[in-house]
Design a binder for this molecule. Structure first.
Ligand SMILES: O=P(O)(O)OC[C@H]1O[C@H](O)[C@H](O)[C@@H](O)[C@@H]1O
Length: 483
């Protein structure tokens, strides 16, 4: 198939499933560098063992910059799917032994093509070493004071985690949880959040069952393709919105890649405004884009953005054009290492919780919560959204309605449906979520999910800003109750 499509070289990362950040990095390094633009589809078909059954390792649409395809491309792909009348499957593709690194040339009906099998963790570590101070992180990870736990939920990050954290950075192997990648993710759901990363949540002292074992100082989880992350401290959850803000606030001092300053920062619209406050205080360029990583790519290609993040547990930088879960863990370890650089022999470490609370004291806190209404009737969901849009034309009615329910929330001062004009190519994305903005900086955002598979999923994002440092330590659900 590869040859029939005119492809002359196929890259196959060992471990069969390459992580999304690695695919992005490989495209940028090997394909982008070749000068070809849209790479269209990555079709990896090979067998694990010579002579064994062939498996389709999946199709991945990526652009020449290594990022996900923008709407204009996915729309075109969709329209093409409506006119496909046949497709061809090549039965006689040669077997590729992906346990052996190297390039093999094959002949095809339209000429020869190469299959380049490489160890993707080697590429990835090489890239990470250009970004982070591995020595500083190693000092932290090997300090008897610091304990660490990374739950990979049987996703592909497992293939990288042992290599990076244990072999390169000296962490104890027992720090890694569920690190053997499995096709069925060990029966679990590889979503790095408080619901699905159960074992980690228990280990970090955030679960229901109390244990006498002291939780680690730092915990993190990855999703199946290693592009998302959850960050935890001992008995402490860091929201993804806070995480990107804290990384941005500390990047220049803690991460060598950013030592000369940040080009700008960006977040998706429903992500809390914690990053906005950092950008304002540090005088950084700031962008609010619709949900979906593709919107960050253009800003990065234009040299306008260094760090970005989404409330949906994605964080990343312009080292590639995808979110990167392992990068986020290394970024946090770098910050903790920096804060403790003169302190590893001292009495008490500066903890994740200390770092977050200090951040709130400096910048204020954005209390934040997201509610997901899954599998609802698609027609009814559309109607609800239309109704929320039509209500936006009369703020006095909206305020009356709200005050009747809760008199202790501030006034809605603006209500707008989010629309984004790309700063680089000028393309416009409409209907990107409905925002009710309150006088005290609070927000209620309503959005239809783009990833739900059954019916519709409505997401409601609730956010309240608290500037007063004496009030930033409240329980978040209690603080958000009025809203
Ligand atoms: O539309 P949602 O269900 O909220 O999902 C939104 C998420 O979808 C995908 O996972 C994208 O890669 C993310 O960048 C985005 O944040």
């Amino acid at each position: 198939m590869a040859a029939a499509n005119g492809v002359r070289r196929v890259w196959v990362g060992q471990n069969s499933l390459m992580s999304t950040p690695v695919v992005s990095a490989v495209i940028r390094e090997r394909i982008g560098a070749d000068g070809s633009k849209a790479t269209g589809a990555f079709i990896l078909t090979a067998s694990h063992n010579p002579g064994g059954p062939k498996e389709d390792f999946g199709i991945k649409y990526n652009m020449g910059n290594g990022g996900p395809a923008p709407e204009s491309v996915t729309d075109k792909i969709f329209s093409n799917t409506t006119t496909i009348s046949e497709y061809l499957i090549s039965e006689d593709l040669p077997d590729v032994d992906i346990s052996v690194v190297g390039v093999t040339s094959f002949s095809g009906p339209e000429g020869p093509f190469d299959v380049d099998v490489f160890d993707s963790s080697v590429n990835y570590i090489k890239l990470m070493k250009t970004i982070f101070d591995f020595e500083a992180i190693k000092k932290l990870l090997t300090s008897p004071k610091f304990t660490f736990c990374y739950d990979v939920l049987h996703g592909v990050a497992g293939a990288y985690a042992k290599h990076i954290f244990v072999e390169e950075l000296g962490a104890d192997e027992s720090s890694l949880l569920n690190c053997v990648p499995k096709e069925d993710f060990g029966g679990g759901h590889p979503d790095p959040n408080l619901t699905y990363a159960k074992e980690l949540v228990e280990r970090m002292g955030l679960g229901k069952s109390s244990s006498n074992v002291e939780p680690p100082e730092f915990g993190a989880a990855a999703d199946g393709d290693a592009d998302r992350n959850m960050i935890l401290g001992k008995r402490f959850f860091v929201t993804p919105s806070d995480s990107v803000a804290i990384i941005a606030a500390n990047a220049v001092q803690s991460i060598p890649y950013f030592a000369s300053g940040l080009k700008g920062v960006a977040r998706s619209m429903p992500t809390s405004a914690a990053l906005d406050v950092v950008a304002k205080n540090l005088n950084l360029k700031f962008f609010e884009v619709p949900t979906g990583w593709n919107f960050f790519g253009n800003l990065m290609d234009a040299g306008m953005c260094s760090i970005c993040g989404e409330e949906s547990f994605g964080t990343g930088s312009d080292h590639i054009r995808e979110k990167d879960g392992i990068w986020a863990v290394l970024a946090w370890l770098s910050i903790i290492a920096f804060k403790n650089k003169d302190n590893l022999g001292g009495d008490k470490l500066v903890t994740v919780e200390d770092i977050v609370r200090q951040h709130w004291a400096t910048y204020g806190r954005h209390y934040y919560s997201r509610y997901d209404y899954e599998n609802v009737d698609a027609g009814a969901a559309k109607e609800l959204m239309a109704n929320l849009v039509s209500m936006q034309s009369s703020l006095s009615d909206v305020n009356k309605l709200i005050k009747e329910i809760r008199s202790d929330v501030s006034e809605v001062v603006a209500a707008v449906e989010f629309e984004y004009k790309d700063h680089v190519d000028g393309s416009v994305s409409k209907n990107q979520g409905i925002r009710y903005l309150f006088g005290d900086g609070s927000r209620l955002v309503f959005r239809l999910s783009g990833t739900g598979s059954v019916g519709a999923t409505i997401r409601v994002y609730i956010e309240q800003y608290e500037k007063d440092s004496s009030k930033t330590g409240r329980d978040s659900q209690e603080a958000l109750a009025p809203l």
